[in-house]
Design a protein around this ligand. Structure first.
Ligand SMILES: [Ca+2]
Ligand SMILES: [Ca+2]
Length: 364
């Protein structure tokens, strides 16, 4: 299976800044999604994709002349097109589960809009279908291309999700339209890790008709869940916002903002990624009741130097040393004779990844 899903490479911090604001000269831009009804076979949809186009009767419909596309493990569609920045767009399509020749349980499609120049994901939504009779329903996803975007070309693509078979989801009548100018213009959008939790920050240059932001998080970059809501600080001028994701996370996580208008229209920001610490279980300390020495076992993703820091119960650093780690399993001991009685915890910083063992040491 060709994998067109864009997974962000891990990055500690991802930031974008606004290009100089370009005033809209008036009039909406033209949108040129072509062959959305598949009437000219796979034309325009075969950009690094392997479309499967047939009349709908093949898949469970009744028409011998209406051409549709099946999205399955070996068939996807992808169109490259140009979009203007500073607009919000609506991507719509009709979809149904295939009903002829067998069905599989709840097959899905992943619909994405990806910037060609920067690989930024502007829209990503999974849809699953379980209809047992042939029935198209219309789906919509809206997304914004901010002024700060350096992407000029965009891939509109649909690939299989929750499906490793050649029976899948049938789509037709893919259309793209301009909804409006962006009600919120972002000046910046960034995320960083502070004390093992994500801090999401964004600034707006202008806000028009904005109601609130929803912060969403995802472990796979495709399915996002709301983790909190931040109300707009007011219209017309720009504001600074911050949101703390205090949930314990490991590995790579993806964040985005969903902005909701007073009239309930929504637009989705870019996606940014964060690399959290490796699983703390990769480090073990014993004994946890110790007098002179503790032994640390740690698994390192690669060779390098690690800082070993011991904090007391009040969070004060009481010991700081360096250890060389080899890739894989490591074992070393730490002298704690200088510590007074009490509870401590140990943190290691290895190659920018923080491993913090929550198990405490009881100095006797
Ligand atoms: Ca059609
Ligand atoms: Ca097929």
């Amino acid at each position: 299976m060709k994998n067109f899903t864009n997974k962000f490479k891990s990055a500690l911090i991802a930031i974008f800044f606004a290009a100089p604001f370009i005033a809209n000269a008036g009039g909406t831009p033209s949108v040129t999604l072509r062959n959305g009804n598949f009437s000219s076979s796979d034309n325009y949809w075969n950009v690094n994709a392997s479309p499967e186009i047939n009349v709908d009767r093949v898949y469970g419909g009744t028409s011998g002349s209406n051409y549709v596309a099946e999205i399955d493990v070996q068939a996807s569609i992808r169109q490259k097109m140009t979009l203007a920045a500073n607009y919000r767009y609506s991507l719509s399509f009709d979809a149904t589960r295939r009903t002829a020749g067998g069905t599989i349980a709840n097959p899905g499609i992943l619909v994405q809009v990806i910037g060609v120049q920067t690989n930024t994901v502007y829209a990503s939504q999974k849809y699953n279908f379980s209809n047992t009779t042939w029935r198209f329903t219309t789906q919509n996803i809206s997304f914004g291309v901010p002024t700060s975007s350096t992407d000029k070309d965009f891939y509109i693509e649909m690939t299989a999700a929750d499906n490793n078979t050649t029976l899948g989801v049938i789509v037709d009548n893919v259309a793209l339209s301009v909804l409006s100018t962006l009600p919120v213009e972002y000046a910046s959008f960034s995320a960083s890790i502070q004390n093992n939790s994500a801090v999401i920050k964004w600034e707006t240059a202008t806000e028009i008709n904005n109601n609130y932001f929803t912060v969403e998080a995802s472990s796979d970059g495709a399915r996002f869940d709301s983790i909190g809501r931040v109300n707009s600080l007011g219209n017309e001028q720009g504001h600074s916002y911050s949101f703390n994701d205090n949930k314990a996370r490991t590995g790579v996580w993806y964040y985005r903002l969903v902005q909701t208008d007073l009239d309930r229209k929504r637009s989705i920001s870019k996606v940014i990624s964060l690399q959290f610490k490796a699983d703390a279980s990769a480090m073990n300390i014993f004994p946890t009741l110790a007098t002179n020495n503790i032994t640390i076992h740690v698994s390192a993703p690669k060779a390098g130097t690690t800082d070993v820091v011991i904090y007391d119960a009040a969070g004060h650093m009481v010991s700081h040393s360096n250890k060389s780690l080899t890739s894989g399993f490591n074992q070393f001991s730490l002298d704690i004779t200088g510590l007074s009685k009490g509870t401590y915890f140990v943190q290691m910083l290895n190659n920018g990844l923080t491993t913090q063992k929550s198990v405490t040491i009881q100095k006797m």
